[in-house]
Write a protein of this length. Structure first.
Length: 323
C-alpha cells in the first residue's frame, strides 16, 4: 500500500515537469515575433527615393540608383561623363562625340530622332532627355522607363543640369566638385579681363553658319561665352537666339574679331570666302587677320567644356593679358 502511494506521488511530480506550463502558477509564454524577409529588408535599404523638378517643369520621382543610363543629347552625355558616370552610360546619340569613350556606346538614333523601340529593348533605368524630346518623354514613361529632362541655354542652367543629374544618379559630391571647379576657373578668367573698360572691349562676330549667314543672338549660349571672355557680340542685341543676317550688316558693325566653327580642313576655304563678301575687305578683323576657327562643340554645346571655350575666347581677344 505504501509502495503504491509513493508510486502515485512520483507519477504526479513527473507529469508536472513534462507538461508545458509546469505545475502551480500559470506561465505566460511570449508569442513569437514574425521574422522579416531578409531579402526584402536588404532591397529596401538599397532603395533611395529622389524627387526633383526637372527642366521641363515636371516633378519626377526616381527610386533607386540608376545603373544603366541612356543619354539622348550630346550635352547630357558630356555632363554624365564629367560626373564619372561613364561606366553607367549604355546608349548615346550619333552626335555624342565627346568624350571619345562616348562613341563606344550603343547608338540609339539622332538627337531629334531617337529610336524609342531600341531604347525600350535596352531596358535602361534612366533616360536623360532634353526639351526637344517633348513627344518622346511621355511615351517612354508610359513604357515604365524613368526620364529626367535637363536642358541648358545659359551657364546657370548648366549648373542646375549638373546638380540634377548628380542628385538623381547618387553622385551629389561629384556634382558639387564639378560646379565649383567650373565657377572658380571662369571667375579667374574674368578677373584677368575685369579692368577693360566697356568701350574698349573687343567687338566679336561669331559665324554659326555660312549659307545662309547665321550668327548667335542675345540668348545664345555662344553670346554668353563671348561676354564671359570680355568680348561684346555685335549681334548680342538681337532677340532671336540664332538669327539669319546679311554680309552687309556684319560689315556695318565692324567686328574686330571673327570666330567660326572649326570643321577640320576648312579654315583656308572659310577665310577665302569671307574676304570675297561685299564690304568685308574693310572689316577690322579681316584687315588685321583676326579670323579664328574655334571648337564648335565647346562654344555652342552647354557642357563642362564651356570653361575651355571662355579661356580660348579670352586668349584670342586679349592675347597680351595671357602671355
Amino acid at each position: 500500500m505504501l509502495k503504491k502511494r509513493y508510486l502515485l506521488i512520483f507519477t504526479i511530480l513527473a507529469l508536472c515537469f513534462l507538461l508545458p506550463a509546469g505545475c502551480g502558477e500559470e506561465q505566460v509564454v511570449p508569442a513569437e515575433e514574425p521574422i522579416a524577409d531578409l531579402d526584402e529588408v536588404d532591397s529596401n535599404e538599397k532603395i533611395e527615393t529622389v524627387t526633383v523638378t526637372d527642366q521641363m517643369g515636371r516633378e519626377v520621382v526616381f527610386e533607386g540608383i540608376p545603373e544603366h543610363i541612356i543619354s539622348m543629347s550630346p550635352s547630357n552625355t558630356e555632363v554624365s561623363f564629367a560626373l564619372g558616370l561613364g561606366e553607367r552610360i549604355v546608349g548615346v546619340t550619333e552626335y555624342c562625340n565627346y568624350p571619345p569613350e562616348a562613341q563606344e556606346r550603343e547608338i540609339i538614333g539622332g538627337f531629334s530622332t531617337p529610336n524609342i523601340e531600341l531604347i525600350v529593348e535596352m531596358q535602361p533605368d534612366l533616360v536623360l532627355a532634353s526639351t526637344i524630346h517633348e513627344e518622346e518623354v511621355p511615351r517612354l514613361e508610359e513604357l515604365g522607363i524613368p526620364v529626367l529632362v535637363v536642358e541648358s541655354s545659359t551657364l546657370q542652367d548648366l549648373y542646375t543640369s549638373i546638380a540634377l543629374v548628380a542628385r538623381v544618379t547618387g553622385v551629389v559630391d561629384a556634382g558639387e566638385v564639378l560646379i565649383n571647379s567650373m565657377q572658380e576657373e571662369i571667375a579667374a578668367l574674368q578677373t584677368v579681363v575685369a579692368d577693360i573698360p566697356e568701350d574698349d572691349r573687343i567687338r566679336v562676330y561669331y559665324e554659326v553658319y555660312s549659307d545662309p549667314l547665321m550668327t548667335a543672338g542675345k540668348d545664345a549660349f555662344i553670346t554668353e561665352i563671348i561676354a564671359l571672355a570680355g568680348g561684346v557680340s555685335i549681334f548680342g542685341d538681337v532677340e532671336e537666339s540664332y538669327p539669319q543676317i546679311s554680309a552687309e550688316v556684319v560689315a556695318e558693325r565692324e567686328p574686330q574679331v571673327i570666330l567660326y566653327p572649326d570643321y577640320h580642313g576648312t579654315a583656308d576655304l572659310v577665310i577665302e570666302s569671307m574676304t570675297e563678301r561685299p564690304g568685308w575687305e574693310s572689316i577690322p578683323a579681316v584687315i588685321e587677320n583676326r579670323v579664328y576657327a574655334v571648337s564648335d562643340d565647346a562654344f555652342a554645346r552647354p557642357g563642362p567644356r564651356a570653361v575651355e571655350a571662355v579661356a580660348e575666347a579670352a586668349k584670342i581677344f586679349y592675347p597680351e593679358l595671357f602671355q
